[in-house]
Design a protein around this ligand. Structure first.
Ligand code: AHM
Ligand code: MG
Length: 318
């Protein structure tokens, strides 16, 4: 009797099962994704149980690091080391590329705890990951990612992952026995947004194109959905099947001339997921997925979500 006869599809497919049977992930990539998901279970638990005080250290960009930022970064590093599959990684909490196992075939880029300043207010926060096939992330484009994933720590802990290539974007929920089980498969983003999520609004004073975009969203009577955590705000778009999120720069002399968000570990993974879900992501002039990664701390403007809205805002801010 073959395996297919003796092993019927589970009633609740878990992440590992789905990666094998739906996404046809190769062995090592599947192990890497599952290892990252294991790190996120510990992060989820730490958020529930750890004091959300400042660690007293600053990261590479001069920002205060929360104890949880440091903890999440360390946890992910531990799981990457254990996997033996990763030659190097780029983390928001590390100033440079970190070399790991020279035999490892993958690089991982990540923001260990995005939106961590919101944790004391008990808002949702998240972890973001992009996976590349070799060690040359600098000089690559995010289109070269072989998978992207995020975990949202909200009232429920959710994991969303895609291996691209038409394999779809899939959502899993962390259940009470510590397993990520399938919640919804094939999340999609429709062409027109009813919700808008405008980041770095301070830029409208110096960037008239961004002001026009915001005015047009208000005139169209779109609904505002902005939490201050990119993971939660973009998950809202994937969950509702429409919406547009932006983080636009204020130009020279402003606080964030090119927008606040980092190309490699914030915008790149989300652009991969958005395009796979049928949406788009642009910096105003080109697709985020085609924009070369030039440094670890490179910032980029981003407009992401429903295609028609991404296009119309891009034409205003470019
Ligand atoms: P972080 O990585 O330091 O948490 O910053 C990134 C976050 C994004 O999640 C969010 O979209 C943005 O910062 C919000 O910025 P602001 O606080 O300026 O609105
Ligand atoms: Mg971040």
């Amino acid at each position: 009797m073959g395996k297919a006869d003796s092993c019927p599809a589970p009633t609740k497919p878990n992440l590992n099962w789905h990666l094998i049977n739906h996404s046809k992930a190769d062995h090592d990539l599947r192990h890497l994704i599952v290892d990252l998901s294991r790190a996120c279970k510990y992060i989820s638990y730490a958020i529930q149980t750890t004091e959300a005080g400042l660690a007293g250290t600053k990261n590479e960009f001069g920002e205060d690091q929360l104890a949880l930022d440091v903890l999440a970064d360390n946890l992910i590093r531990e799981f990457l080391c254990e996997s033996g599959l990763v030659c190097c990684y780029i983390s928001e909490e590390q100033p440079d590329i970190v070399e790991l196992d020279p035999e490892g075939q993958y690089s991982v880029v990540f923001d260990p705890l995005d939106g961590s300043s919101l944790v004391d207010a008990n808002f949702a926060i998240g972890s973001i990951f992009g996976i590349y096939k070799d060690g040359n992330v600098i000089g690559a484009t995010p289109r070269e990612q072989v998978a992207a994933m995020y975990v949202l720590y909200g009232p429920r802990t959710l994991l969303v992952v895609s291996l691209g290539n038409g394999k779809g974007v899939h959502e899993f929920i962390l259940n009470d026995v510590g397993e990520f089980v399938l919640l919804r498969d094939h999340l999609g983003i429709g062409d027109d947004a009813k919700n808008y999520s405008p980041g770095n609004l301070r830029a409208i004073t110096t960037n008239p194109g961004y002001k026009k975009a915001i005015d047009s969203w208000q005139e169209e009577e779109k609904t505002l959905r902005y939490s201050g955590c990119m993971v939660a705000d973009i998950h809202h778009i994937l969950s509702k099947g429409q919406g547009v999120f932006s983080n636009i720069g204020g130009g020279e002399g402003s606080k964030y001339p090119d927008g606040k968000l980092r190309h490699v570990f914030e915008c790149g993974p989300f652009a991969f997921l958005a395009e796979e879900a049928g949406g788009a992501a642009s910096d105003g002039t080109m697709a985020i997925l085609d924009k070369e990664i030039t440094s670890v701390d490179q910032r980029t403007q981003i407009i992401i979500g429903s295609k028609n809205d991404v296009e119309s805002v891009a034409s205003l801010v470019s």
